[in-house]
Design a protein around this ligand. Sequence first.
Ligand SMILES: Nc1ncnc2c1ncn2[C@@H]1O[C@H](COP(=O)(O)OP(=O)(O)OP(=O)(O)O)[C@@H](O)[C@H]1O
Ligand SMILES: [Mg+2]
Length: 237
Amino acid sequence: MLAARDLTKEYQSGTSALAVLKDVTFEIPQGAFVAIVGPSGSGKTTLLGLLAGLDLPSRGTVLLDGADLTRLDEDARARLRGEKVGFIFQSFQLIPTLTALENVQVPLELRGDADAAPRARDLLQRVGLGDRLGHFPNQLSGGEQQRVAIARAFANQPRILFADEPTGNLDGTTGDRIVALLDQLNRESGATVVIVTHDLTLAEHAQRVIRLKDGVVVEDRPSRSAVSAAPAPTGAA
Ligand SMILES: Nc1ncnc2c1ncn2[C@@H]1O[C@H](COP(=O)(O)OP(=O)(O)OP(=O)(O)O)[C@@H](O)[C@H]1O
Ligand SMILES: [Mg+2]
Protein backbone atom coordinates (compact mmCIF):
# COMPACT_ATOMS: atom_id res chain seq x y z
CA MET A 1 0.00 0.00 0.00
CA LEU A 2 1.00 3.58 -0.67
CA ALA A 3 -0.26 6.30 1.65
CA ALA A 4 0.16 10.06 1.78
CA ARG A 5 -0.66 11.74 5.10
CA ASP A 6 -0.94 15.52 5.39
CA LEU A 7 1.74 15.98 2.75
CA THR A 8 2.82 19.58 2.49
CA LYS A 9 5.58 20.95 0.30
CA GLU A 10 6.73 24.53 0.58
CA TYR A 11 9.35 26.44 -1.34
CA GLN A 12 11.02 29.52 0.04
CA SER A 13 10.22 32.53 -2.12
CA GLY A 14 12.03 35.61 -0.86
CA THR A 15 11.05 35.90 2.77
CA SER A 16 7.78 33.99 2.51
CA ALA A 17 7.02 30.28 2.00
CA LEU A 18 5.07 29.23 -1.08
CA ALA A 19 3.02 26.07 -0.44
CA VAL A 20 2.70 24.00 -3.64
CA LEU A 21 1.09 21.01 -1.85
CA LYS A 22 -1.17 21.42 1.17
CA ASP A 23 -2.14 18.57 3.52
CA VAL A 24 -2.57 15.97 0.79
CA THR A 25 -3.95 12.74 2.23
CA PHE A 26 -4.98 9.51 0.48
CA GLU A 27 -4.33 5.77 0.39
CA ILE A 28 -3.66 3.71 -2.71
CA PRO A 29 -3.99 -0.07 -2.28
CA GLN A 30 -1.48 -2.40 -3.96
CA GLY A 31 -2.57 -3.18 -7.52
CA ALA A 32 -4.60 0.00 -8.07
CA PHE A 33 -4.39 2.12 -11.24
CA VAL A 34 -4.74 5.78 -10.31
CA ALA A 35 -4.63 8.97 -12.38
CA ILE A 36 -3.63 12.31 -10.89
CA VAL A 37 -5.03 15.24 -12.86
CA GLY A 38 -5.18 19.01 -12.50
CA PRO A 39 -4.08 22.26 -14.14
CA SER A 40 -0.46 23.11 -14.92
CA GLY A 41 1.32 24.16 -11.74
CA SER A 42 -1.19 22.43 -9.43
CA GLY A 43 1.52 20.25 -7.88
CA LYS A 44 1.19 16.93 -9.77
CA THR A 45 4.89 16.38 -10.52
CA THR A 46 5.81 17.54 -7.02
CA LEU A 47 3.38 15.02 -5.52
CA LEU A 48 4.70 12.16 -7.68
CA GLY A 49 8.27 12.94 -6.62
CA LEU A 50 7.28 12.82 -2.94
CA LEU A 51 5.33 9.55 -3.35
CA ALA A 52 8.35 7.94 -5.06
CA GLY A 53 10.77 9.16 -2.40
CA LEU A 54 12.72 11.28 -4.90
CA ASP A 55 12.05 14.36 -2.81
CA LEU A 56 11.11 15.06 0.83
CA PRO A 57 8.02 16.96 2.01
CA SER A 58 8.13 19.99 4.31
CA ARG A 59 5.60 18.18 6.52
CA GLY A 60 3.63 14.96 6.47
CA THR A 61 4.53 11.37 5.65
CA VAL A 62 4.61 8.90 2.78
CA LEU A 63 4.17 5.22 3.62
CA LEU A 64 5.35 2.73 1.02
CA ASP A 65 4.58 -0.88 2.02
CA GLY A 66 4.80 0.15 5.67
CA ALA A 67 8.07 2.08 5.35
CA ASP A 68 7.89 5.79 6.18
CA LEU A 69 9.93 7.33 3.36
CA THR A 70 10.29 10.61 5.23
CA ARG A 71 12.22 8.84 8.01
CA LEU A 72 14.72 7.13 5.71
CA ASP A 73 17.99 8.69 4.64
CA GLU A 74 18.84 9.23 0.98
CA ASP A 75 20.68 5.88 0.68
CA ALA A 76 17.82 3.90 2.19
CA ARG A 77 15.30 5.68 -0.05
CA ALA A 78 17.44 4.96 -3.10
CA ARG A 79 17.62 1.28 -2.13
CA LEU A 80 13.84 1.09 -1.68
CA ARG A 81 13.31 2.79 -5.06
CA GLY A 82 15.68 0.31 -6.70
CA GLU A 83 13.73 -2.59 -5.23
CA LYS A 84 10.17 -1.43 -5.73
CA VAL A 85 9.73 1.71 -7.78
CA GLY A 86 9.75 2.55 -11.47
CA PHE A 87 9.58 6.20 -12.50
CA ILE A 88 8.90 7.76 -15.89
CA PHE A 89 9.83 11.43 -15.73
CA GLN A 90 8.02 14.20 -17.57
CA SER A 91 11.43 15.13 -19.03
CA PHE A 92 12.54 11.49 -19.68
CA GLN A 93 16.02 11.93 -18.09
CA LEU A 94 17.80 9.46 -20.34
CA ILE A 95 21.59 9.26 -20.09
CA PRO A 96 22.80 11.15 -23.21
CA THR A 97 26.06 9.20 -23.63
CA LEU A 98 24.31 5.81 -23.69
CA THR A 99 22.34 4.25 -26.56
CA ALA A 100 18.66 3.35 -26.20
CA LEU A 101 19.63 -0.26 -25.49
CA GLU A 102 22.23 0.74 -22.88
CA ASN A 103 19.82 3.13 -21.17
CA VAL A 104 17.44 0.22 -20.55
CA GLN A 105 20.19 -2.30 -19.87
CA VAL A 106 22.00 -0.35 -17.14
CA PRO A 107 19.34 -0.66 -14.39
CA LEU A 108 19.12 -4.39 -15.15
CA GLU A 109 22.89 -4.77 -14.86
CA LEU A 110 22.88 -2.80 -11.62
CA ARG A 111 20.50 -5.42 -10.25
CA GLY A 112 22.88 -8.17 -11.33
CA ASP A 113 20.58 -9.48 -14.07
CA ALA A 114 22.59 -11.93 -16.21
CA ASP A 115 20.13 -11.52 -19.11
CA ALA A 116 20.24 -7.73 -19.10
CA ALA A 117 20.93 -7.33 -22.83
CA PRO A 118 18.22 -9.66 -24.20
CA ARG A 119 15.68 -8.37 -21.68
CA ALA A 120 16.43 -4.76 -22.58
CA ARG A 121 16.10 -5.63 -26.28
CA ASP A 122 12.76 -7.32 -25.64
CA LEU A 123 11.43 -4.32 -23.67
CA LEU A 124 12.44 -1.92 -26.44
CA GLN A 125 10.76 -4.16 -29.02
CA ARG A 126 7.58 -4.04 -26.95
CA VAL A 127 7.52 -0.23 -27.06
CA GLY A 128 8.12 -0.36 -30.84
CA LEU A 129 11.80 0.62 -30.86
CA GLY A 130 13.38 -2.64 -31.98
CA ASP A 131 15.02 -0.81 -34.88
CA ARG A 132 16.43 2.05 -32.77
CA LEU A 133 18.53 0.10 -30.25
CA GLY A 134 21.83 1.78 -31.15
CA HIS A 135 20.48 5.34 -31.29
CA PHE A 136 21.59 7.89 -28.72
CA PRO A 137 18.88 10.06 -27.09
CA ASN A 138 19.72 13.06 -29.32
CA GLN A 139 19.12 10.83 -32.35
CA LEU A 140 15.61 9.95 -31.17
CA SER A 141 12.38 11.94 -31.48
CA GLY A 142 10.67 13.16 -28.31
CA GLY A 143 8.13 10.33 -28.42
CA GLU A 144 10.88 7.77 -29.02
CA GLN A 145 12.88 9.06 -26.04
CA GLN A 146 9.73 8.77 -23.98
CA ARG A 147 9.32 5.15 -25.01
CA VAL A 148 12.93 4.39 -24.03
CA ALA A 149 12.17 5.95 -20.64
CA ILE A 150 9.11 3.73 -20.34
CA ALA A 151 11.08 0.58 -21.23
CA ARG A 152 13.70 1.57 -18.65
CA ALA A 153 11.07 2.07 -15.94
CA PHE A 154 9.59 -1.36 -16.69
CA ALA A 155 13.00 -3.05 -16.63
CA ASN A 156 13.17 -3.86 -12.91
CA GLN A 157 9.54 -5.07 -12.80
CA PRO A 158 8.52 -2.45 -10.24
CA ARG A 159 5.81 -3.07 -7.61
CA ILE A 160 4.85 0.57 -8.10
CA LEU A 161 5.18 2.48 -11.33
CA PHE A 162 4.95 6.28 -11.38
CA ALA A 163 4.57 7.92 -14.77
CA ASP A 164 4.44 11.67 -15.36
CA GLU A 165 2.52 12.29 -18.60
CA PRO A 166 3.42 8.90 -20.13
CA THR A 167 1.52 9.62 -23.35
CA GLY A 168 2.14 13.37 -23.49
CA ASN A 169 4.28 13.40 -26.63
CA LEU A 170 2.82 10.41 -28.41
CA ASP A 171 0.39 10.01 -31.29
CA GLY A 172 -2.81 8.05 -30.70
CA THR A 173 -1.53 4.65 -31.85
CA THR A 174 1.74 4.84 -29.94
CA GLY A 175 -0.08 6.18 -26.89
CA ASP A 176 -2.47 3.21 -27.03
CA ARG A 177 0.50 0.86 -27.10
CA ILE A 178 1.93 2.48 -23.96
CA VAL A 179 -1.44 2.28 -22.21
CA ALA A 180 -1.60 -1.44 -23.10
CA LEU A 181 1.83 -1.90 -21.48
CA LEU A 182 0.72 -0.03 -18.34
CA ASP A 183 -2.38 -2.25 -18.20
CA GLN A 184 -0.29 -5.37 -18.61
CA LEU A 185 2.04 -4.38 -15.76
CA ASN A 186 -0.98 -3.53 -13.62
CA ARG A 187 -3.10 -6.62 -14.36
CA GLU A 188 -0.54 -9.37 -14.89
CA SER A 189 2.14 -8.35 -12.39
CA GLY A 190 -0.25 -6.74 -9.90
CA ALA A 191 1.83 -3.57 -9.91
CA THR A 192 0.35 -0.33 -8.63
CA VAL A 193 0.32 2.27 -11.42
CA VAL A 194 0.11 5.99 -10.61
CA ILE A 195 0.07 8.32 -13.60
CA VAL A 196 -0.13 12.06 -14.01
CA THR A 197 -1.97 13.04 -17.17
CA HIS A 198 -3.71 15.87 -18.96
CA ASP A 199 -5.39 13.29 -21.21
CA LEU A 200 -8.92 12.89 -19.86
CA THR A 201 -9.51 9.67 -21.82
CA LEU A 202 -6.44 8.14 -20.19
CA ALA A 203 -7.51 9.44 -16.77
CA GLU A 204 -10.89 7.73 -17.10
CA HIS A 205 -9.11 4.55 -18.22
CA ALA A 206 -7.53 4.38 -14.73
CA GLN A 207 -9.71 3.06 -11.88
CA ARG A 208 -9.57 6.20 -9.81
CA VAL A 209 -9.03 9.90 -10.45
CA ILE A 210 -7.45 12.27 -7.94
CA ARG A 211 -7.73 15.93 -8.91
CA LEU A 212 -5.39 18.61 -7.60
CA LYS A 213 -5.96 22.31 -7.70
CA ASP A 214 -3.49 24.79 -6.22
CA GLY A 215 -1.84 21.99 -4.26
CA VAL A 216 -5.05 20.68 -2.69
CA VAL A 217 -6.98 17.47 -3.47
CA VAL A 218 -10.33 18.80 -4.72
CA GLU A 219 -11.70 15.49 -6.00
CA ASP A 220 -10.97 11.79 -5.38
CA ARG A 221 -13.40 9.43 -7.10
CA PRO A 222 -13.70 6.18 -9.06
CA SER A 223 -13.20 6.73 -12.79
CA ARG A 224 -16.09 6.44 -15.23
CA SER A 225 -14.68 3.15 -16.55
CA ALA A 226 -14.50 1.76 -12.99
CA VAL A 227 -18.11 2.82 -12.36
CA SER A 228 -19.40 1.26 -15.58
CA ALA A 229 -17.45 -1.96 -14.88
CA ALA A 230 -19.01 -2.34 -11.42
CA PRO A 231 -22.02 -4.67 -11.13
CA ALA A 232 -25.33 -2.86 -11.51
CA PRO A 233 -27.20 -2.20 -8.26
CA THR A 234 -29.64 -5.03 -7.61
CA GLY A 235 -32.31 -2.81 -6.10
CA ALA A 236 -34.02 -3.35 -2.75
CA ALA A 237 -33.20 -6.70 -1.18
N1 LIG B 1 12.21 23.82 -6.98
C1 LIG B 1 11.17 24.64 -6.95
N2 LIG B 1 11.26 25.87 -6.38
C2 LIG B 1 10.20 26.70 -6.33
N3 LIG B 1 8.98 26.41 -6.85
C3 LIG B 1 8.82 25.22 -7.43
C4 LIG B 1 9.91 24.26 -7.53
N4 LIG B 1 9.44 23.17 -8.15
C5 LIG B 1 8.15 23.43 -8.46
N5 LIG B 1 7.78 24.65 -8.03
C6 LIG B 1 6.44 25.25 -8.17
O1 LIG B 1 5.49 24.34 -7.67
C7 LIG B 1 4.29 24.40 -8.43
C8 LIG B 1 3.87 23.00 -8.82
O2 LIG B 1 4.80 22.48 -9.76
P1 LIG B 1 4.59 21.05 -10.41
O3 LIG B 1 5.75 20.80 -11.30
O4 LIG B 1 4.32 20.05 -9.36
O5 LIG B 1 3.26 21.29 -11.27
P2 LIG B 1 2.47 20.30 -12.25
O6 LIG B 1 1.09 20.14 -11.70
O7 LIG B 1 3.26 19.07 -12.46
O8 LIG B 1 2.38 21.16 -13.59
P3 LIG B 1 2.49 20.72 -15.15
O9 LIG B 1 1.14 20.16 -15.51
O10 LIG B 1 2.76 22.00 -15.84
O11 LIG B 1 3.60 19.72 -15.28
C9 LIG B 1 4.58 25.30 -9.62
O12 LIG B 1 3.94 26.53 -9.39
C10 LIG B 1 6.08 25.46 -9.61
O13 LIG B 1 6.46 26.74 -10.04
MG1 LIG C 1 4.29 18.31 -14.11
